[in-house]
Ligand binder design. Structure first.
Ligand code: HPA
Length: 233
């Protein structure tokens, strides 16, 4: 039973799916952390794999960049594949000087000026939240593992390159600490189907200091986030 964008059968995908933006990161997780791995999707190279971590069944799949892409895949996973929870594991840009490169963030809410939620379902709120129970669980695991987590509101945007790159209103009025491009669509789709979602992010660049990380550095920071996400299973 394939969907428009995923070539899997229903039982092929676990109840919990970890979603990095980059499908090659999904492959990296499958190759390095999971056992008994089966690839369930390669349509458009948006690789998806199911395997086991410490005996627990889990799937990993790329979301692609931006809300239209995350919107499609999370919708099909929740609706057609009976997925119960999706944890996004992505990167973000820092909007406040206190956030340093490689810091790990747990998203407490997603503010967006995107039309995604309104166009999808008529949802008028521009602030959407992850599942509190899932966030609490992630926090508890991070504490046990002595992994430092910063909690905060994230600005989820449709536009990476803006002509006006000032974020004063987003920081001062909406209290956002970082920016990425997928969590708002993910949280909306989870709410739509009464499912759970969470969003972990590592800081890959700073819009305050204009620092950025190399892809090798990002890979290393990513490992801590993968560890945390897998240990929540
Ligand atoms: N802006 C939007 N999305 C991002 C960024 C950014 O600076 N960094 C990582 N994802």
């Amino acid at each position: 039973m394939a969907t428009a964008h995923i070539s899997a059968d229903k039982g092929d995908i676990a109840k919990t799916v970890l979603m990095p933006g980059d499908p090659l990161r999904a492959k990296f997780i499958a190759d390095n952390y999971l056992t008994d791995v089966v690839m369930f999707n390669k349509v458009r190279n948006m690789f998806g794999y199911t395997g086991y971590y410490n005996g627990k069944k889990v799937s990993v799949m790329g979301s692609g960049m931006g809300m239209p892409s995350m919107g499609i895949y999370s919708y099909e996973l929740f609706k057609e594949y009976d997925v119960d929870r999706i944890i996004r594991i992505g990167s973000c840009g820092a909007l406040i000087p206190e956030l340093k490169l490689f810091d790990l963030i747990l998203t407490t809410a997603s503010y967006s000026d995107s039309s995604y939620a309104y166009v999808q379902s008529g949802e008028e709120s521009n602030i959407l939240k992850p599942a509190l129970s899932l966030n609490n669980h992630i926090e508890k695991v991070a504490k046990n593992e002595e992994i430092k987590l910063t909690k905060g509101i994230i600005y989820s945007t449709d536009v990476f390159y803006k002509e006006n790159m000032t974020f004063d209103k987003i920081v001062n009025e909406y209290k956002c600490i970082g920016t990425e491009m997928e969590s708002f669509a993910l949280f909306h789709n989870a709410n739509l189907f009464n499912k759970e979602a969470a969003c972990l992010l590592t800081v890959s660049d700073s819009l305050v200091t204009k620092e950025f990380t190399t892809s090798e550095q990002r890979e290393k920071a990513f490992l801590e986030m993968i560890d945390l996400a897998l240990k929540t299973l």
